[in-house]
Design a protein around this ligand. Structure first.
Ligand code: HEC
Length: 462
């Protein structure tokens, strides 16, 4: 019958903490009252520190119970708790000083220090219950930045022309959409409908009405279904007077749920088309490809390439640089390189994915001075001569998914001054990462979800 008692007492903590704060502040203030020789307020001062100490003990005790029953993490509460103990001990200390004596300078200094500790402890406690930004949050943005609180408007998904297919659907698209449209009301501090949409783990817990997500079934996932309700419907999300997500954003949430609401997986794997994400692609402010005067090629001069089955066009309208792809020519092999000889200096984007090329082609690639994007996915590249690519001064993106490359071969690319990102999913390197942890390369390596701990379910074959 009495098992409710301890948690109930724990909940009294937020009420009780105000007692030591009020009483001790009062006592500290009295120590500084103007006085002629003798302090007539001495009995009140003694009482204030005695009762203040007892109140601090009561607050600390209930605080400890609250920590025990309410699932706070020790790392979060430890400083607050230690501060509480020092406050209680300090109160009794000051009481002992004045119990049989006058208020001296020493007493006043100690009382001030006690006040300072009290303030800091209270502040930490406030952060625990209200969150760190409690006060600054309500201030106008420019005042917030004055107080050093970083104000970051939620931007939604931000993809790039060159890498969007390899972006993670959940982490780089869905969560940013939720952050932009929903997080202001559904976050750990402000959980409208008892729903937190700031992380996948929280989202999966659901809200007041239960789960909000049924993987594979968008129509029965209120996370999506509520967005489609007519605006006048009181269950419509976000509330009618608020900014509404765009049609594309809603469609992406739908695709994600239909595809199983998975935590990892790229846009390409989810079958997302470029149309669906076009509006989230950032326009390159810094020119992506090398810029210099190179007259655009006449269309008919590409006829030879096209005849051979290659795809070729200018990387951007008006540019003399070329995008060449062998996507329709899977038989392309090392010896077919001669097809490309004539346009060597113009190739800025080369896609040899899915062809028969091997490590031998790397030597040829080093003769492409403007090569910026190189795709060698699903080829026979084993990585042995990979380091030669580091000599390409314009190479920014390198795709090596489903090839034989390993980590030490990738490391050899570290001397490149231009390389920004290397993709190596489904390679020996991604396996190595699973055990070795994140390497420290000067470029970003995307090779798998190696930060995830291995779960027992990973080995279940569906
Ligand atoms: C302006 C505040 C606000 C915003 C923004 C907002 N919501 Fe809500 N949401 C609420 C409130 C209030 C409730 C509780 C009342 C209700 O259930 O309708 C709620 C409830 C919900 C629920 C039901 C939870 C449950 O189990 O009861 C879902 C699902 C939901 N919101 C989804 C969303 C999604 C998705 C977005 C963003 C696209 C969003 N909300 C944006 C205020 C908001």
């Amino acid at each position: 019958m009495t098992e409710f008692l301890l948690p109930f007492l724990g909940r009294m903590h937020p009420v009780l903490v105000h007692l030591p704060i009020g009483i001790l502040l009062f006592g500290i203030l009295l120590c500084f009252f103007p006085q002629n020789g003798k302090n007539a307020l001495l009995p009140s001062i003694r009482l204030a520190f005695l009762i203040g100490g007892i109140a601090a003990l009561a607050a600390g005790g209930t605080g400890f119970l609250q920590y025990q029953w309410e699932g706070f993490a020790w790392e979060d509460v430890q400083l607050h708790l230690v501060g509480g103990v020092i406050t209680a001990v300090g109160s009794f200390g000051v009481y002992a000083l004045v119990k049989n004596a006058e208020v001296t300078t020493k007493t006043r200094v100690l009382a001030l220090v006690l006040g300072l500790i009290l303030g800091i402890t209270g502040h930490w406690g406030g952060n625990l219950t209200h969150g760190e930004g409690y006060f600054t949050e309500v201030l106008p943005a420019d005042l917030q930045s004055l107080f050093g609180a970083a104000v970051q408007p939620e931007m939604g998904p931000q993809l790039t022309e060159e890498t969007w297919e390899n972006a993670q659907l959940y982490a780089e698209v869905i969560q940013p959409i939720l952050n932009k449209n929903c997080k202001s009301c559904h976050n750990p501090r402000n959980r409208k409908g008892e729903l937190d949409l700031s992380s996948l783990a929280a989202l999966r817990k659901g809200g007041e009405e239960g789960l909000v997500l049924t993987a594979g079934d968008a129509a029965h996932s209120s996370l999506f279904a509520r967005l489609l309700l007519p605006k006048e419907d009181e269950k419509h999300m976000p509330p009618a007077e608020k900014n509404q997500p765009s049609k594309e954003e809603i469609a992406l949430i739908e695709s994600w749920i239909k595809g199983g609401a998975k935590e990892s997986g790229t846009l390409a794997a989810a079958g997302i088309s470029k149309n669906q994400i076009e509006r989230f692609i950032l326009k390159n402010e810094i020119p992506f490809y090398p810029t210099f005067a190179l007259a655009p090629l006449a269309a008919d001069s590409l006829a030879g390439l096209k005849e051979a089955g290659l795809f070729a066009e200018a990387v951007e309208s008006g540019s003399g640089l070329l995008k060449v792809s062998c996507i329709n020519l899977p038989s392309f092999q090392d010896s077919d390189w001669k097809l490309l000889e004539s346009v060597k200096s113009r190739i800025a984007y080369l896609d040899l994915s899915g062809t028969q090329v091997t490590d031998a082609v790397v030597e040829q690639l080093t003769a492409l001075p403007n090569l910026t994007v190189l795709k060698l996915n699903s080829t026979g590249i084993a990585g042995n001569s990979l380091k030669k690519l580091a000599t390409l001064n314009n190479l920014k993106l390198l795709y090596l998914n489903k090839t034989g490359v390993n980590l030490s071969q990738l490391q050899a690319l570290s001397s490149s001054k231009s390389l920004e990102k290397v993709f190596a999913f489904d390679t020996p390197a991604s396996l190595e990462l699973a055990t070795s942890g994140k390497p420290n390369f000067p470029f970003i390596l995307e090779a798998g979800s190696y930060s995830l701990p291995k779960l027992a379910t990973d080995s279940i074959v569906y």
